[in-house]
Design a protein. Structure first.
Length: 324
């Protein structure tokens, strides 16, 4: 019996001796990781931290311990981390959440990965803990945002382009329709814009487009979306109008009149005083997809162009009845 115990003790000693370098190597590896690593509980409270780059922390490490992410992070970033913690609690892990933080070295983007910690005999706590890795992805994120901006924004006017309307605003339109409110799409075209380019050059034409874009933005609500469709054409998406058609139409008429008043004011470029006339077509609807709305507004815009007295027209409504 004694001999068996001695053999067992020798085996345990050898196992511990073999394990010691592994623990040291693991600790060395963790210390060399560029990621910020934290141990959090379900409430988002910091219990431990391994930090190779302290300049990326929102606060010194010693000030994080014992505090929750909601206490030390901006509201939006803390909300994202807590949602990822909940996901890790259910699934065992969470990966790919992005947060934006102000650090001592400036504004930075981080990718957060979270794994539910496996409890061991050395853990003297009952609550679930999580290992959180926060990786600095600032350069990659900024490159992505710049590429996205180029893909979805017009470089001249800095307005969203047609891809935003076709791919990015469907949800905004759907929410408005679910609430029963009317929406409107305005299709706008600058009359005789080609003459400006021919008489004064394309650089003056570009300045005119930028100025018109600014006046259009100043004519609508903050939540309305002004888009450069292409060339001298613009599109405006207006959502969350009244659920009553007469009131919704009256609101859109007011916007059209305001656009015309602002765009009609003279422009001065390089000593040249220019005037600009705009024609507007309107599609007013409460159950329609964006593509059909654009087609209707485009059709109405050509109807307005053919009129000498009215500068805007509603789809399927005689010009003489507009605004009545």
């Amino acid at each position: 019996m004694l001999q068996r115990l001695m053999v067992k003790d020798r085996r345990m000693a050898r196992t511990q001796a073999l394990a010691q370098p592994s623990y040291e190597e693991l600790a060395s590896t963790l210390s060399a990781m560029p990621d910020l690593m934290f141990e959090l509980d379900e409430e988002g409270r910091h219990w431990d931290a391994r930090i190779l780059r302290p300049e990326l922390l929102v606060a010194p490490a010693e000030q994080l311990i014992g505090h929750t992410v909601t206490e030390v992070m901006p509201e939006q970033a803390a909300k994202i981390v807590m949602q990822a913690l909940q996901e890790a609690k259910v699934n065992g892990y969470s990966h790919g959440s992005h947060i934006h933080l102000s650090t001592p070295v400036g504004e930075r983007w981080f990718e957060v990965s979270i794994a539910r910690k496996v409890m061991t005999a050395s853990d003297h706590h009952a609550e679930t803990r999580f290992i959180v890795l926060s990786r600095d992805i600032n350069d990659r994120k900024l490159e992505y945002l710049e590429a996205e901006k180029l893909a979805y924004h017009d470089q001249l006017t800095e307005l969203p382009n047609r891809h935003v309307l076709q791919h990015g605003l469907t949800e905004q339109l759907r929410v408005g329709q679910q609430l029963g409110s009317y929406s409107a799409i305005l299709f706008l075209d600058l009359d005789d814009f080609k003459k400006v380019n021919d008489l004064h050059g394309h650089h003056v034409g570009d300045q005119l487009l930028k100025a018109v874009a600014q006046r259009l933005c100043a004519s609508v609500r903050q939540d309305d979306v002004v888009i450069r469709w292409g060339g001298d054409e613009f599109v405006i998406l207006i959502t969350h109008l009244s659920p009553q058609q007469p009131q919704a139409e009256s609101h859109v008429v007011g916007i059209c009149q305001q656009i015309i008043n602002k765009v009609d004011k003279p422009y001065l470029f390089e000593g040249n005083k220019l005037s600009c006339r705009i024609s507007i077509g309107v599609s007013l609807f409460n159950n329609l997809d964006i593509e059909t709305g654009i087609q209707q507004a485009d059709s109405a815009m050509y109807q307005a162009k053919q009129s000498d007295s009215v500068r805007y027209a509603f789809y399927n409504k005689p010009i003489k009845d507009v605004g009545t």
